[in-house]
Design a protein around this ligand. Structure first.
Ligand code: NAD
Ligand code: NA
Length: 396
């Protein structure tokens, strides 16, 4: 069928299989262009279908010839209905990996559940024996704790008081003032339960208990800090508490891996347009101004550039992994550069509906957003019939 973007609020209801495939191919080409990385060879990526997780899977496979198992939660296609973008991304990734004679299998289901963990452990046992790198890149609004059966919902709210600031509707370009009510009693606890480190630790414990971690195995989860303007709703809000918990969990996981010489890291990544970040108020306005400045300064990166740099310049240099005073890897270093943040802060003050298309990179924001769903990608013929039912062996 002919597939067009169908928007509802901050999400796009359709995805384009060929656009998604082109997107994956472009990322693969980028990684190949940067040369080989002496990295891990057997890699599990949890949250492997979009955003930073997909970039991690691609970098492992095409930078280090790694075998990869990807876990994600995506919607397969149905007759006349497209799959979710991550499903098409993963289908394309597997196709390209197999063409390159690389092992790649995927598990589509709820990573928070005991069932999907068990299925993954069984697959590692059967096919890889052990893994030496585990990337944890989930972004989810909900989690059912498998031990208690309780469904937790994460919220994006300030703590202690309401927060007002500017935001943009990136579809219309309208800049407006929003006010977000402070979190209520259980909001912090619930957000930490979803986006904190508990599930990451459960994965590593389960892998270790079955002797599926290779000696010296490394695990990495992703975090964010960001600027002062987004602090009340991000780093000092409910989601920030979850990130604090995630970062603290890295230390407890490292302790639990002492006997095998393993190590857990958190990498603080740059703000980028993903399905997760476009739903957070205030952040899209910040990102559109940030993109403008970082592109002007020649230091703009997308997810693949970020993760390729994480692997090549931080994780797999053969030297000690550089971290900040809190033990975190920083690949948000260019975003957080003083001169860049000063310029962003100055433009933030000025931003209005009238001037944003000039002082911000709304076009770039929108393009990245459409690209997430396989639209607006160079070389794809969107007027042609596309096969929404495209099938891949291990991805049903
Ligand atoms: P994303 O939405 O692109 O990716 C989320 C992934 O999680 C997808 O593969 C999805 O299928 C998977 N997933 C969600 N729920 C699942 C479930 N129940 N079971 C299995 N898989 C599930 O998000 P992203 O932006 O790449 O975020 C990944 C991590 O990076 C998050 O921890 C996020 O906070 C962090 N991060 C994001 C940004 C940003 O600007 N986007 C910046 C820094 C750090
Ligand atoms: Na991801």
């Amino acid at each position: 069928m002919i597939i067009e973007p169908r928007m509802r609020g901050f999400i796009c209801l359709t995805a384009h299989p060929e656009g998604a495939a082109q997107n994956v191919k472009n990322q693969i080409e980028y990684v190949k262009s940067k040369g080989k990385i002496e990295g891990a060879k057997k890699v599990l990526v949890i949250g492997a279908s979009t955003g930073f997780g997909l970039a991690s899977r691609i970098t492992s496979a095409f930078g280090s010839d790694a075998s990869t198992i990807g876990v994600f939660f995506e919607k397969p296609p149905a007759e006349g209905k497209t799959a979710s973008p991550g499903w098409y991304n993963s289908a394309a990734f597997e196709t390209e990996a197999h063409k390159a004679a690389l092992y790649a299998k995927s598990i589509n289901g709820d990573a928070f559940s005991n069932e999907v963990k068990k299925e993954t452990l069984d697959l590692i046992k059967a096919d890889l024996g052990q893994v030496d790198l585990i990337i944890y890149s989930l972004a989810s609004p909900v989690r059912t704790n498998p031990n208690t059966g309780v469904l937790h919902r994460s919220v994006l709210k300030p703590i202690g008081g309401a927060y007002s600031n500017k935001t943009v509707d990136f579809h219309t370009g309208k800049v407006s003032e929003i006010s977000i009510e402070p979190s209520k009693e259980d909001d912090i606890e619930n957000t930490v339960a979803v986006m904190g480190g508990e599930d990451w630790a459960m994965w590593i414990d389960a892998l270790k208990a079955e002797n599926l971690l290779a000696p010296g195995a490394t695990t990495v989860a992703y975090s964010y800090i960001g600027p002062a303007v987004t602090e009340p709703v991000y780093r000092k809000g409910t989601i920030g508490r979850a990130k604090d918990h995630l970062e603290a969990t890295a230390f407890s996981i490292t302790d639990s891996l002492k006997d095998i010489g393993g190590k857990a890291y958190v990498s603080v990544n740059k703000a980028l347009v993903t399905q997760a970040s476009s739903a957070i108020p205030v952040i899209p306005l910040y990102i559109s101004i940030l993109y403008k400045i970082m592109k002007e300064e020649g230091v703009h990166e997308g997810t693949i550039e970020q993760i390729q740099r994480l692997y090549q310049d931080r994780l797999f240099t053969g030297k000690e992994v550089p971290t900040d005073e809190k033990g975190r890897i920083r690949i948000d270093d260019w975003e957080m550069r003083e001169d860049i943040q000063e310029k962003v802060a100055a433009l933030w003050e000025k931003a209005t509906t009238e001037n944003l298309s000039e002082i911000g990179d709304l076009e770039g924001y929108r393009k990245d957003f459409y690209n997430l769903f396989g639209f607006d990608i160079q070389g794809v013929d969107y007027k042609a019939e596309a096969d929404e039912m495209i099938q891949v062996d291990s991805l049903k």
